[in-house]
Design a protein around this ligand. Structure first.
Ligand code: HEC
Ligand code: HEC
Length: 163
């Protein structure tokens, strides 16, 4: 009896783990400890916490990534890399018109055709790095939601895919 129960418990536990892995909880708590004694998610952070998070986790990784791609052009980058001159006046709204507008096509056909290199870099490295740093789910072709190109770039006539 006992051994069957134990087995059942073990297998239920294994199933739970598998489900948890598939449906890993987002948003992840990637921030500092909040007033309730647990880590905050990006959405729960206040503006100062977001700035600190960007400075500590996003900027260094983005700087390294862009520099490894085009060392001369991206020798020294700061918040303006993504936020543009708005960053100087403390405006960090994303997506931003400072970056080139993208086509809005779900499968990025025009981007792959015209800018294969930067599109691959973004898809393979920048988007995974950013979504991990912010604890956000990556953009999904099925739900059409999540962190992706349009978290930074605008589409032809404005924000796209829930951004
Ligand atoms: C690699 C691109 C990138 C760089 C570099 C970057 N950011 Fe950001 N930042 C983003 C993106 C993308 C968002 C939107 C995140 C989201 O909500 O999905 C954002 C959001 C923010 C927000 C929140 C804005 C709001 O309305 O809540 C602040 C504040 C911010 N960034 C500050 C900074 C600061 C300060 C720096 C420099 C230390 C910086 N960022 C560098 C990409 C960047
Ligand atoms: C975290 C913010 C961020 C995300 C996410 C992002 N980009 Fe960008 N993108 C930038 C920045 C910064 C630049 C300007 C630097 C450069 O030329 O790459 C840029 C520039 C571009 C350009 C213009 C390149 C040129 O040479 O003029 C294209 C095309 C582009 N991105 C496509 C994409 C695609 C496609 C995705 C999604 C797979 C994507 N971006 C995701 C920040 C982002």
């Amino acid at each position: 009896m006992l051994s069957i129960n134990t087995k059942t418990i073990v297998s239920v536990f294994a199933v739970c783990l598998a489900v948890a892995a598939l449906w890993a909880c987002y948003p992840k708590r990637v921030g500092p400890i909040g007033s309730e004694g647990r880590r905050l998610s990006w959405n729960e952070m206040n503006i100062d916490q977001r700035k600190a998070h960007m400075k500590r986790f996003v900027l260094p990784q983005a700087a390294e990534l862009f520099a490894s791609w085009r060392p001369e052009r991206f020798a020294a980058v700061d918040c303006r890399l993504c936020h543009g001159e708005d960053a100087r006046s403390g405006r960090f709204q994303m997506p931003t018109a400072h970056l080139p507008r993208l086509s809005g096509e779900l499968l990025l056909g025009p981007e792959f055709e015209k800018y294969p290199e930067t599109t691959r870099l973004k898809l393979d490295r920048l988007v995974p790095m950013m979504s991990k740093a912010l604890g956000k789910k990556k953009f999904s072709l099925i739900t059409r939601r999540g962190f992706g190109c349009y978290s930074c770039h605008l589409g032809p006539s404005g924000p796209m895919y829930g951004n």
